[in-house]
Design a protein around this ligand. Structure first.
Ligand code: IMP
Ligand code: MG
Length: 193
């Protein structure tokens, strides 16, 4: 691997922010639950949100079910989303439940736009979106999606680490880093999620 990486958000900052998000989301969901006996379902958008979800749920002392959905984007170039596809099964029993979608990053909005639509169609009791990172898009997003909870607002750079990949690699990096691509590796990306 010849790409250079530059740390953008280190592991300590991530850990404290994720704990904070967990506390805030827990309070909000507890408030929802006070009104009835509905269930909470956390839907982790694989693969990118794997690490974030694993840390976040340990700051959510609530009765909740964790489910997964695999969403892939197929970039026309290395760092540009060209559309989102759900691969495999989406949970179909979300009606009447409090659903929290967890994703790694809000970029073009296509992934979360698609997930929102298919979940809203099931008529959940409530629907929230949590992302670790929210990219600032000067010209707006492809899909007008907002996150109810965002760990960090970042510039419109391609980032890796803490679950986020480039061409399948770097998910195990404990920090979030900016990837500086080299011309020899730019052709390798086929899917990311
Ligand atoms: P979207 O463009 O908002 O649909 O984001 C699509 C997906 O692409 C995200 O869920 C991430 O998995 C991935 N993604 C978007 N931006 C980046 C990035 O900077 N690095 C790594 N993955 C990314
Ligand atoms: Mg993703």
């Amino acid at each position: 691997m010849s790409q250079a990486v530059r740390t953008l958000i280190d592991r300590e900052r991530i850990a404290s922010r994720v704990a904070e998000l967990g506390r805030q989301i827990t309070l909000d969901l507890e408030r929802e639950l006070a009104g009835g006996d509905s269930e909470i379902v956390l839907l982790c958008a694989l693969t990118g949100a794997l690490v974030f979800t694993a840390d976040l749920i340990r700051h959510m002392p609530l009765k909740l079910a964790v489910r997964t959905v695999t969403v892939s984007s197929y970039p026309g170039t290395m760092t540009t989303s060209q559309g989102a596809n759900i691969r495999g099964e989406l949970p179909t029993d979300l009606a009447g439940k409090h659903v929290l979608i967890v994703d790694d990053i809000l970029d073009s909005g296509r992934t979360l736009g698609l997930l929102r639509r298919v979940i809203v169609a099931q008529q959940p009791a409530s629907l929230r979106v949590a992302v670790l990172l929210r990219k600032t898009k000067r010209d707006g997003r492809e899909e007008d999606v907002t996150a109810d909870y965002a760990g960090f607002d970042i510039a419109d750079d391609f980032v890796v680490g803490y679950g986020l990949d480039y061409d399948g690699y770097f998910r195990n990096l404990p920090d979030v880093a900016v990837l500086t691509p080299t011309p020899t590796t730019a052709a390798g990306a086929e899917s990311r999620g």
